[in-house]
Design a protein around this ligand. Structure first.
Ligand code: ACO
Length: 326
């Protein structure tokens, strides 16, 4: 068991709401198609000046405020993102810049939508090893700036937002009861941004062809996602030695209601025990789990002693499962 307690959580969500009806004016789609295929009703869209670090810093500040601590009192900042501020430096360093703090290590974890659970695994291992005592774990995304707004098969799926959790080492039996993570890079081509890195540097041609944006083989991702996410969730619950009825809440990665439902059914968790925000925010990639966690805590669905199962999949492909006692 990797022990930690949550001191505070927080979110940052852009004010602008884009509904499915708004999207009907952008691409050839319909509210009905989007709801039926994904469960999404609306998403938030950041303004021109807002980056992933802007939202990440705001979420971290909110989590620190809830914890009653100053941002510069954390021993490390880990940001998980699929929509980094730039190739370098890390979005975590830009979060420091936004907050005007310095000194503690700050780095990113790139694992697509599994990023927050990857970051939690890294952070809790650092706490267990005694490397740090208090860590800010952030999921921050401005996906609206990395999707192709002419591609109806992808642009309707994503949204912007950030969530953060401040975790601290503790003696009590709280923290990760079990966790697993994995990846299959052979599947990288089914969900990626082809250009803008060293594999295919940005050029006038790549920009003209929108090759710096999300490119996805939706059906293939769907198939692998259902398998990877459910297996990761089931393994985490089994490794924790728990039965389904001992899980107080399931928080899956919120990409698509159909994928979330498949995971819930396989885990044998009743409908009312799955926490869902996908209808309001769409797929915020690495930010969906920390935003859902914060909203679940605010709603009184995660309290002292709650046992929560998490499961995620993302670009890579990556996957992760975790069971946390709060
Ligand atoms: N509006 C209307 N019609 C559409 C739209 C749209 N927005 N998008 C596609 N269609 C059409 C297609 O063109 C196709 O038409 P055709 O039959 O005439 O060719 C039809 O709808 C069916 O298309 P499919 O792709 O087969 O639809 P599917 O049922 O598979 O749903 C979806 C598509 C929602 C994308 C699904 O495949 C999915 O959810 N995949 C997983 C996506 C995902 O979770 N990605 C995670 C990214 S996370 C990360 O790590 C960044």
């Amino acid at each position: 068991m990797k022990r930690f307690k949550i001191l505070g959580t927080g979110t940052a969500l852009p004010k602008r709401v884009m509904t499915n009806a708004d999207l009907e004016k952008v691409v050839e789609t319909s509210d009905e198609w989007i709801r039926e295929r994904t469960g999404i009703h609306e998403r938030r869209i950041a303004d021109e000046k807002t980056s992933s670090a802007t939202l990440g810093a705001r979420a971290m500040k909110a989590a620190c405020d809830q914890a009653g601590i100053e941002p510069d009192s954390v021993d490390a900042i880990i940001v998980s993102t699929s929509s980094a501020d730039a190739i370098f430096p890390s979005t975590a360093c830009w979060v420091q810049h936004e907050l005007g703090i310095r000194g503690m290590p700050a780095f990113d974890v790139a694992a697509g939508c599994s990023g927050f659970l990857y970051a939690l695994e890294v952070a809790s291992s650092m706490l267990s090893a005694g490397t740090c005592k208090r860590i800010a774990v952030i999921g921050a995304e401005v996906m609206s700036k990395v999707v192709n707004w002419e591609d109806r098969t992808t642009c309707v799926l994503f949204g912007d937002g950030a969530g953060a959790a401040i975790i601290e080492t503790c003696e009590e039996d709280r923290g990760l009861l079990a966790s697993n993570w994995g990846a299959d890079g052979n599947l990288a081509p089914i969900l990626h941004a082809p250009a803008g890195g060293t594999r295919m540097p940005a050029s006038a041609e790549t920009v003209a062809k929108n090759l710096h944006t999300v490119t996805m083989q939706g059906r293939s991702v769907f198939r692998h996602a259902v398998r990877a996410m459910t297996e990761a969730g089931v393994k985490a619950v089994e490794d924790a030695g728990l039965s389904a009825d001992q899980i107080d809440l399931l928080i899956p990665h919120q990409a698509n209601m159909r994928i979330m439902e498949a995971c819930r059914v396989r885990l044998n968790v009743p409908e009312e025990k799955m926490f869902s925000i996908v209808h309001r925010y769409g797929n915020m990639s690495a930010a969906t789990i920390p935003v859902a966690l914060h909203e679940a805590r605010e709603a009184g669905r995660v309290v002292d002693g709650s046992v929560v199962a998490f499961a995620a999949f993302g670009a890579g492909l990556t996957w992760a499962g975790a069971v946390v006692r709060f």
